[in-house]
Structures are given as structure tokens and as C-alpha cells.
Design a binder for this molecule. Structure first.
Ligand code: NOJ
Length: 451
């Protein structure tokens, strides 16, 4: 008789959903929240699709109770949310806004009451606009000082109930895309030297996030960075291509992972960055390389690599017909989910990887019956989970998986056009409808295996 072998995950594997404040909360100017750079960016013509702003988004600020109830109904035991810095410090620093603290107290308590463990990201891109206006945002070290106080404040406020902390989300995106190519807020196109300095400041902020958790997090507190290092997939799983993919991985991701895991700017960093290297102070790397408890990976896509002449890595261009999501950067390279965790474990000795985001963005449309048959999303996520399962089976230490995202939300410069949710959001009525992928993922979480 033919039997299906269950593709089970380890017993204590953490399944959950992920989202971020600016993408779902709305209430952008309510209860004393200060503007963030993402409230201002959409007003710059041509920067955001349709000029869409996060002002209302999913109105989660007012609907969080029903959202968390739905999340619980779908069986999530973990939820990765972020705190909005300008809700806590409307001007980035200075007096704390008690109404901001109250909101996250209510949100965290609601999660806990529903049996959902909150994983809290300190910074998911919504920098207070005041810090951009006064200091030039991450270009200036004073933003790091402001972040340190903010991190201390939120860990002190929520650390009695929040035990899983993520310092920063995707340094590459908010630094490179914010200051080098200008596709994300604050939308600058600045010289490489300035950009590398901004990277350095982000690394310092990460260090402060870790320090804040160690100082104020209390018993059982854990902390890590969420990185979106570019996965490098060997075209053939043979020693030559694997070695080339490792080299390509180090080189492409040198600005973030090397300083954190190797405690400094290595020879590889200096070779790649050259005269544009960041300036640093004597003790900076003590902070930057403070040990963490896990590394969060946001893994959506990857590059294919083969060994060229003398083993030199060659990154292959993807042909036009390579399958992708409607978010066109998201080529469906599911093997990234095997190789990215493996590379960070093998290269940097990471002992615990948590997939803090994976998913796919499309222009989903309800059918005549109002159902959303997103088989495309289900298939891609399923392929990714198979690769993750294989990685765990091979001994890669992966401890959790968070699906991005719980519901459709504000997709930054793509506005509301691209939907990443497994729950459909009708923005006109704010009605939430679980898609087919939500029903499927709910079973995955429940049975702790790929169904
Ligand atoms: C990464 C980001 O962290 C998240 O905010 C974004 O919406 C998703 N990827 C999809 O692009």
C-alpha cells in the first residue's frame, strides 16, 4: 500500500503570522502619534503607487480585537507585530506619549488572552519624521541615541509580557532603498559613503536593541535581528556550485552580517566598499556584535549561482519567463528557503534561525461567490515549506516560520495594489475574508506538518 509520509516539523516549532505597524494600523495622526517618514513619502509625486498613504490602512488600530480574534481562530500561536516609534515618541525623542504605550499594552494583552505569543519588532521602517527633519534620519548618529532611548522605553514598558524581541527589520531596505536608490522613504539618492555610514548607524541601533533587552528584558527574554540577506542558490547542489554560492552570499551580504557576526569590518568588507567604508568609533563593534539568541530571516526569493572560472561565483540573470509573483521582484525561487538558513548557519555559526517572513504578493480578486482562490500563493508557500523542511532534516537549526502576512496591507511604494495577506481585506468596508491559503495554512499550523 502507498502511504503519505508526513512532512512534520519539530515539536516546539513556532508557527505564526507577521505584520508591521505602519502597514496595518492606520490612525496615523490619532492619539498624539507623530508623523513618520512613511506618512510624508507618499506626498512626494511619483514615489508611491497611486499616491497611496498608510493613513487608514487596515484600521487595525481600532479593529485589533477582531483581528486578533480571527488570527486565533485560524490557529496562530505566534504573532510578529511592530511598535510604531512615532506613536511612542511623536518627535522621535523627548516626552513619551502615554496613549501610544496604552495601545500596545492593549494589543499585547489581547494577544496573550487569545493564547498568541507576541514577537515584537522595535523598528519596521516608520522612522519619526522629526528625526529626518532634524538630523537627516539614519545618516546621523543622533538618531541612534534616540533609538537607544526608544528601545529602553518599550522594553521597560512591555518586557514583563513580551519575551521575543526583534531589533530592526531589513536594514538593506530602509538604508539602501531609503538613502541610495530612493525607492523607499525618505527617498534619497545619496553617495555610497553617506549610505555606508547610515548602515553603520543602523548596526549600532541593532546593538542598542540587544543591549536594551539584556538590561531590561527580564527572565527568558530573547532577541535577534531580522535580516533580508540575499539568498544564494547553487544551480547544482554539487561542491563547486555550493562553494561559489557561499562566496557570493558573503560578498553580497557583507554590510550587515559580517560586522554583526565577525565583530568588525572585515577584509572582504573593505575590499568591496573601498574608500566609501563607514567611519566608526572605538567601541562600536562591541555593541554591534553583542550575542543574539536567533537570526530572523525574511526569505522570499533568491539568486542562482554557479562556479565560473577558478570557482569564481557567477550570479545568473533570470530569464523573462522565470515564474514570479505580481510583486515582480519576487521570483519564485523556493530553494532560497533551504539555502539561506543553511548559509547563515554554516558561514556565521547561527544557532537558531527564525523565518520572520515569507509569502507572496499578488493582485488577488474575489470570485463570483466572494471566495479568494489563491492557489498560486498556497503553492509557492508550500514549495518554500518543503525546502524549509528539507533544511531542518539536514540539520539546519530553524525554529520558526511566520507567514507574511496575516491580511492584505499597505505594501510601501506599491501602495494597496499588491496584496500579501492570506486574509483578504476589502479596503472600502474593512471586511476581512480568509483566502484559501489561510484555510490551508491554518491546517499546517494545527497539524505541525505540510498538508
Ligand atoms: C519585507 C518587509 O519587511 C515587509 O514590510 C513587506 O511588506 C514584505 N517584505 C513584502 O514586500
Amino acid at each position: 500500500m502507498i502511504k503519505t509520509r508526513p512532512l512534520s516539523f519539530p515539536k516546539k516549532f513556532h508557527w505564526g503570522f507577521a505584520a508591521a505597524a505602519a502597514q496595518i494600523e492606520g490612525a496615523a495622526f490619532e492619539d498624539n502619534k507623530g508623523p513618520s517618514i512613511w506618512d510624508v513619502f507618499p506626498t512626494i509625486p511619483g514615489k508611491v503607487h497611486n499616491g497611496d498613504s498608510p493613513e487608514v490602512a487596515c484600521d487595525h488600530y481600532h479593529r485589533y480585537k477582531q483581528d486578533i480574534a480571527l488570527m486565533a481562530k485560524l490557529g496562530a500561536k505566534n504573532y510578529r507585530l511592530s511598535v510604531s516609534w512615532p506613536r511612542i515618541f511623536p518627535s522621535g525623542r523627548g516626552p513619551v506619549n502615554p496613549k501610544g504605550i496604552d495601545f500596545y499594552n492593549r494589543l499585547i494583552d489581547t494577544c496573550l488572552a487569545k493564547g498568541i505569543t507576541p514577537w515584537v519588532t522595535m523598528f519596521h521602517w516608520d522612522l519619526p519624521q522629526a528625526l529626518e527633519d532634524e538630523f537627516g534620519g539614519w545618516r546621523d548618529r543622533r538618531t541612534v541615541d534616540a533609538f537607544a532611548t526608544y528601545a529602553d522605553t518599550i522594553v521597560q514598558a512591555f518586557g514583563d509580557r513580551v519575551k521575543n524581541w526583534i531589533t530592526l527589520n531589513e536594514i538593506y531596505c530602509f538604508i539602501h532603498q531609503g538613502y541610495a536608490d530612493g525607492t523607499k522613504a525618505p527617498g534619497h539618492k545619496l553617495p555610497a559613503k553617506v549610505v555606508n555610514q547610515a548602515y553603520h548607524h543602523a548596526l549600532l541601533a541593532h546593538g542598542h536593541g540587544v543591549r536594551a533587552v539584556r538590561e531590561h528584558g527580564g527572565r527568558g527574554a530573547r532577541v535577534g535581528l531580522t535580516d533580508n540577506c540575499v539568498p544564494m542558490i547553487p544551480v547544482t547542489e554539487t561542491p563547486g556550485d555550493i562553494a561559489a554560492s557561499q562566496r557570493a552570499f558573503i560578498e553580497r551580504n557583507v554590510r550587515v552580517l559580517d560586522p554583526i557576526y565577525r565583530g568588525g569590518y572585515t577584509a572582504t568588507y573593505r575590499k568591496i566598499v573601498g574608500k566609501d567604508a563607514a567611519k566608526f568609533q572605538k567601541d562600536d563593534f562591541k555593541l554591534i556584535s553583542l550575542p543574539t539568541d536567533f537570526l530572523g530571516l525574511n526569505t522570499y526569493t533568491g539568486e542562482f549561482v554557479r562556479a565560473g572560472k577558478g570557482g569564481k561565483p557567477e550570479i545568473l540573470a533570470k530569464p523573462r519567463s522565470y515564474p514570479a509573483a505580481d510583486a515582480t521582484w519576487l521570483a519564485h525561487a523556493s530553494q532560497a528557503m533551504y539555502w539561506c538558513p543553511r548559509h547563515v548557519a554554516e558561514i556565521y555559526g547561527v544557532k537558531s534561525v527564525v523565518i520572520t517572513e515569507n509569502g507572496a504578493g499578488y493582485d488577488d480578486v474575489p470570485d463570483a461567490k466572494g471566495e479568494i482562490m489563491d492557489l498560486h500563493r498556497r503553492d509557492y508557500v508550500r514549495c518554500c515549506l518543503r525546502e524549509l523542511h528539507r533544511a531542518i532534516g539536514d540539520g539546519v537549526p530553524v525554529d520558526g516560520y511566520f507567514l507574511w502576512s496575516f491580511m492584505d496591507n499597505y505594501e510601501w511604494q506599491d501602495g494597496y495594489r499588491i496584496r500579501f495577506g492570506v486574509v483578504y481585506n476589502d479596503y472600502a468596508t474593512q471586511k476581512r475574508t480568509p483566502k484559501l491559503s489561510a484555510q490551508w495554512f491554518s491546517k499546517v499550523m494545527d497539524e505541525n506538518r505540510i498538508v
